[in-house]
Write a protein that binds this ligand. Structure first.
Ligand SMILES: *[C@@H]1O[C@H](CO)[C@@H](O)[C@H](O)[C@H]1NC(C)=O
Ligand SMILES: *[C@@H]1O[C@H](CO)[C@@H](O)[C@H](O)[C@H]1NC(C)=O
Ligand SMILES: *[C@@H]1O[C@H](CO)[C@@H](O)[C@H](O)[C@H]1NC(C)=O
Ligand SMILES: *[C@@H]1O[C@H](CO)[C@@H](O)[C@H](O)[C@H]1NC(C)=O
Ligand SMILES: *[C@@H]1O[C@H](CO)[C@@H](O)[C@H](O)[C@H]1NC(C)=O
Ligand SMILES: *[C@@H]1O[C@H](CO)[C@@H](O)[C@H](O)[C@H]1NC(C)=O
Ligand SMILES: *[C@@H]1O[C@H](CO)[C@@H](O)[C@H](O)[C@H]1NC(C)=O
Ligand SMILES: *[C@@H]1O[C@H](CO)[C@@H](O)[C@H](O)[C@H]1NC(C)=O
Ligand SMILES: *[C@@H]1O[C@H](CO)[C@@H](O)[C@H](O)[C@H]1NC(C)=O
Ligand SMILES: *[C@@H]1O[C@H](CO)[C@@H](O)[C@H](O)[C@H]1NC(C)=O
Length: 484
């Protein structure tokens, strides 16, 4: 059916009848669809599409950790820094309140209400317009590049049989391949909005050893990619850049849901996707970049020390309350010590949910899964360890983790629209525990579900989705929690 529909649409658009397409319908009658002969404009032809900044199908082929000595160290810095934190001020512009649903101002043109940004005829300029924009889009570009490499790499190192063993077919592989190619388009778009100093693709170091771990890592990586961009989009000076970025992000969000489905998780167990500060995004992402080309633009964002979950719920576990369950996830069922690392999928077959055929216990790939026993639940004791600052991380080990927070006292759970603090009980040197909170966003929607962000803080400072970044001076360490 698909080619027929395409032809039909084309015919409708062009309203020309030159080369009708014919085929036999299931009843044997010949159906003729009006169509013209056409082709994709390429090269110097009018209407040809711009070239991609990176090949969509080949790219970085070497992987692994960086072992050299960096030629430069630390985040990008301006010549001056004005203060250690930004203090809250009253908002003088929030004065509009509509009491009767009637327009309060003259209309600029028919069917158009007054107000809005970029609505007065000022010509759009699709370029970053401040240091904030530049550094945010450069960060977003690093994310697009790692996804371009990562999705291809998983297909390269795992065979069709490996995928079949994880319950996935060649058609599923082709879907992942398509998602990789989307990233070449996103990288091109972001590069164009930055100009010639846009960062180039780097070399990466991945933690996974199986298809399930590859998918688990993608679930985590696309969560911070998506949430990283939601966090800054509305703060950009250039609304033109924000507009195009949202259009890329809508696709990234679908990738997140699809990787969850490939892992046998509910595609979107949340009503709202959280946004996070750029420094959180950079902290999580940069640990998987081993080196970047000479001259690559450096970023201004902070690298926080890692916060690790000792008993991180393992999405591969068969959760049977009378046998073994998420409560009994053994210590350190994570494949490495980076906070975005996937859970270990190489557990004994009788403890794994991957090939369980019973509804409610099966976690093989599916459009949707209802787990009778969720991987995590409110009230679960969550044991944590955290790193000291001062560790060399990121591209070429040329960034250094830092914190300005005092003694850790709370765990901040950032998910959906909410930030929930729970008390931290410190049990030793750089270790302690808390309990998963039970708060809801709106009634019946548990705030904590899916992959959520957790930060260790020295205070329970009040912040909301639009000023979450103000928490940064209070963040001692940063991690992820796989709650569903
Ligand atoms: C990072 O490593 C790459 C590969 O060895 C090298 O080309 C580049 O100059 C290095 N950059 C820095 C900042 O050290
Ligand atoms: C039009 O709106 C832009 C912001 O969107 C503003 O900077 C500019 O001053 C406005 N121009 C006029 C003529 O009002
Ligand atoms: C690095 O930047 C300098 C100055 O902008 C430029 O002359 C040089 O060609 C660049 N080198 C690379 C490898 O991009
Ligand atoms: C885990 O333990 C808690 C507390 O004992 C219990 O309420 C809950 O039902 C258990 N969850 C599972 C999945 O067994
Ligand atoms: C859970 O484990 C118990 C004990 O081995 C077993 O009897 C029961 O059938 C299991 N339930 C399911 C649904 O697999
Ligand atoms: C699930 O079904 C497949 C195919 O029928 C079978 O090979 C496998 O052993 C079953 N798994 C379990 C745990 O029963
Ligand atoms: C998370 O969402 C899944 C899917 O809807 C649900 O089964 C689970 O109970 C939720 N977890 C919590 C803590 O509400
Ligand atoms: C979590 O920490 C508590 C308190 O130190 C300890 O009793 C418990 O065994 C730990 N649980 C895990 C899974 O590490
Ligand atoms: C969660 O977010 C919603 C929407 O912003 C807000 O109305 C609610 O008060 C928040 N709940 C908590 C416990 O902070
Ligand atoms: C963040 O915004 C809220 C209003 O939504 C305000 O009450 C709070 O004081 C702000 N926090 C900081 C640290 O500026």
């Amino acid at each position: 059916m698909a080619p027929a529909i395409e032809l039909l649409l084309l015919a409708l658009v062009s309203q020309a009848l030159a080369a009708p397409a014919s085929w036999s319908s299931s009843l044997g009658a010949v159906v003729t669809i009006p169509a013209i002969e056409t082709h994709v404009p390429r090269g110097t032809e009018p209407g040809a599409a711009p070239t991609l900044v990176n090949s969509a199908t080949t790219g970085i082929t070497t992987h692994g950790p960086y072992s050299g000595t960096p030629t430069t160290t630390g985040a990008e810095q301006a010549t001056a820094t004005l203060a250690t934190e930004i203090l809250p001020k009253p908002n003088p512009t929030a004065t509009y309140y509509n009491t009767n649903g009637k327009l309060t101002q003259p209309q600029p043109m028919p069917y158009m209400p007054a107000g809005g940004v970029g609505t007065n005829g000022t010509l759009p300029v699709y370029m970053v317009q401040s240091d904030f924009d530049y550094e945010s889009i450069a960060l977003g570009l690093h994310q697009e590049y790692i996804e371009l490499d990562l999705f291809h790499y998983g297909l390269e190192i795992f065979s069709e049989q490996d995928f079949l063993d994880a319950g996935l077919t060649v058609e599923d592989r082709n879907l992942i391949q398509y998602m990789a190619i989307q990233e070449a388009g996103h990288a091109t778009l972001l590069t164009n909005m930055l100009g010639e100093t846009a960062p180039k693709q780097c070399t990466y170091d991945y933690p996974f050893t199986t298809v399930r771990e590859f998918l688990d890592f993608n679930v985590k990586l696309t969560r911070w990619g998506e949430s990283g961009n939601w966090g800054f989009i509305s703060h950009l000076d250039s609304k033109e850049v924000a507009t195009l970025l949202v259009q890329a992000e809508a696709i990234e969000a679908r990738q997140q849901a699809i990787f969850r489905q490939l892992l046998g998780l509910h595609p979107m167990p949340i009503w709202f996707a959280p946004g996070i500060p750029q420094s959180w995004h950079w902290t999580l992402l940069s640990q998987y970049i081993s080196s970047c080309p000479k001259n690559n633009t450096r970023l201004v964002w902070q690298n926080f020390p890692n916060l690790n979950v000792v008993n991180q719920p393992n999405v591969n576990r068969y959760v049977n309350t009378s046998l073994i369950n998420a409560n009994t996830t053994e210590k350190w069922e994570i494949v490495g010590d980076r906070t975005g690392d996937p859970s270990d999928s190489r557990i004994p077959e009788d403890e794994s949910c991957v090939h369980q055929n019973t509804t409610g216990y099966n976690c093989g790939p599916a459009i949707s899964r209802d787990r009778y026993n969720p991987v995590s639940f409110p009230g679960r004791q969550v044991n944590l360890t955290w790193d000291e600052p001062g560790k060399a991380v990121g591209p070429n080990n040329s960034y250094v983790t830092s914190t300005t927070a005092g003694e850790p006292a709370f765990v901040a759970w950032v998910s959906q629209l909410n930030l929930t603090y729970t008390e931290l009980t410190v049990t030793g040197s750089n270790c302690g525990f808390t309990y998963q909170p039970a708060t809801e966003v709106f009634e019946t929607d548990p705030a904590v579900n899916g992959t959520v962000f957790i930060a260790l803080t020295d205070s329970d400072i009040y912040v909301t989705p639009f000023n979450l970044t103000m928490i940064n001076p209070h963040v001692r360490a940063l991690g992820l929690y796989q709650s569903g």
